[in-house]
Design a protein around this ligand. Structure first.
Ligand SMILES: N[C@@H](CCC(=O)N[C@@H](CS)C(=O)NCC(=O)O)C(=O)O
Length: 346
């Protein structure tokens, strides 16, 4: 009896160990982010550690911002709960490698879509969330009105960004000289500028708005009208992970289509009763588009209810209802003079 018991116990233990090892191996080798995310019960979202309007935590650790809301929308689509999410701050130098190493499921962090970033890191930028461009900020006391008058300037810039690359291109193309004051961390860039160690600070225009907001005397700094580059900011995922890429891409397109159709977080219940074919396809009362994504019929309705349409997210974080007051510009819908354009859901 005793011996049989011991053998049984040993077999039981061996099975338990095997199951545990198999689970670890499975978890490690399973590269399908959707499956891993659903199993884990939350989305791991890589964000900027602190960029007002885009991604910033308050003193209680509650994150807000345009990039933050995009990840919440993905969580809403999957879990019907925008809180099933963990935000992981990543700085400019580590963001792509951390995504590559699967530390996060998605990077939603003012990152410019460029060819080399897709090829070098095996990543994929599914769709443009925010059309930005690079600009210059400087003290208004300098009385400079054009970037072409910046010849001979000391320029503060952050390393490991497209910003540093464009800066070099711009001055070279215009036969101008500059002294690069490059720092690894954004705090250092801002500090150097604040201490007058450089004549101007360069970054994406949206970031200049955010940084100016934090300055002791915001009104003493101007952002020049010149935009010297294309910075299509987009969420980022890993290549060869198509189910996940499709969810990220169509989450953004669902929000843009919702704005175009006039569906908001406030009127979503009426939209669910609508008989308009394009509204019905978006909110899931006709067709099974969500199921084809591996989600439910009401995936887009969940996004709109919990987080809102593209315009709502824009306005409350960076637009007319926010402190930043960034005009919609290129990010207006194509039907209203901008270039935000989502393929149809059909
Ligand atoms: N869009 C550009 C710039 C993005 C970027 O990382 N900008 C810096 C300068 S404002 C930043 O967000 N730094 C914050 C950090 O590294 O934590 C890119 O993708 O390279």
């Amino acid at each position: 009896m005793k011996r049989t018991f011991r053998v049984g116990l040993l077999i039981g233990l061996a099975v338990a160990v095997l199951v545990a090892v198999a689970a670890i191996i499975y978890e490690f080798y399973d590269t399908r982010t959707l499956k891993r995310t659903v199993r884990r019960g939350e989305v791991l979202c890589g964000v900027n550690a602190g960029l007002p309007g885009f991604s910033i935590p308050d003193d209680k650790g509650n994150w807000t911002g345009f990039d933050v809301d995009f990840c919440r929308a993905v969580a809403a689509a999957i879990f019907d709960d925008p809180k099933k999410i963990k935000f992981i701050p990543l700085d400019a130098s580590e963001r792509f490698t951390e995504l590559q190493k699967r530390k996060v499921d998605i990077l939603s962090r003012n990152s410019t879509w460029s060819m080399a970033r897709e090829t070098r890191y095996d990543l994929y930028f599914p769709a443009v969330a925010y059309y930005d461009g690079q600009g210059f900020m400087l003290p208004s006391s300098r009385k400079i009105e054009s970037a072409l008058d910046l010849n001979g300037s000391k320029v503060c810039v952050q390393a490991n960004t497209t910003t540093a690359l464009n800066l070099a291109d711009y001055f070279r193309a215009n036969n101008m000289k500059y002294e690069e004051m490059k720092f690894a961390k954004l705090d250092e860039v801002v500090k150097a500028y604040g201490e007058g160690k450089c004549d101007t600070l360069t970054a994406d225009v949206s970031q200049l708005y955010a940084l100016r907001l934090n300055m002791a005397k915001a009104a003493d700094h101007v952002i020049l009208p010149d935009v010297i580059s294309k910075e299509p900011l987009a969420p980022v995922v890993r290549q060869r992970d198509d189910d996940w890429m499709m969810i990220v891409k169509w989450t953004l397109y669902a929000m843009i289509n919702a704005e175009e159709l006039g569906i908001t977080s406030k009127n979503i219940d009426e939209a669910l009763k609508s008989k308009k074919p394009d509204v019905m396809r978006l909110v899931g009362t006709e067709g099974n588009y969500g199921e084809q994504l591996g989600l439910t019929k009401d995936w887009a309705a969940r996004i709109i209810r919990h987080v809102g349409n593209y315009g709502e997210i824009y306005d409350r974080n960076i637009g007319s209802e926010s402190k930043l007051q960034i005009p919609r510009g290129l990010n207006q819908l194509w039907s209203a003079g901008g270039i935000q354009y989502a393929p149809p859901i059909r």
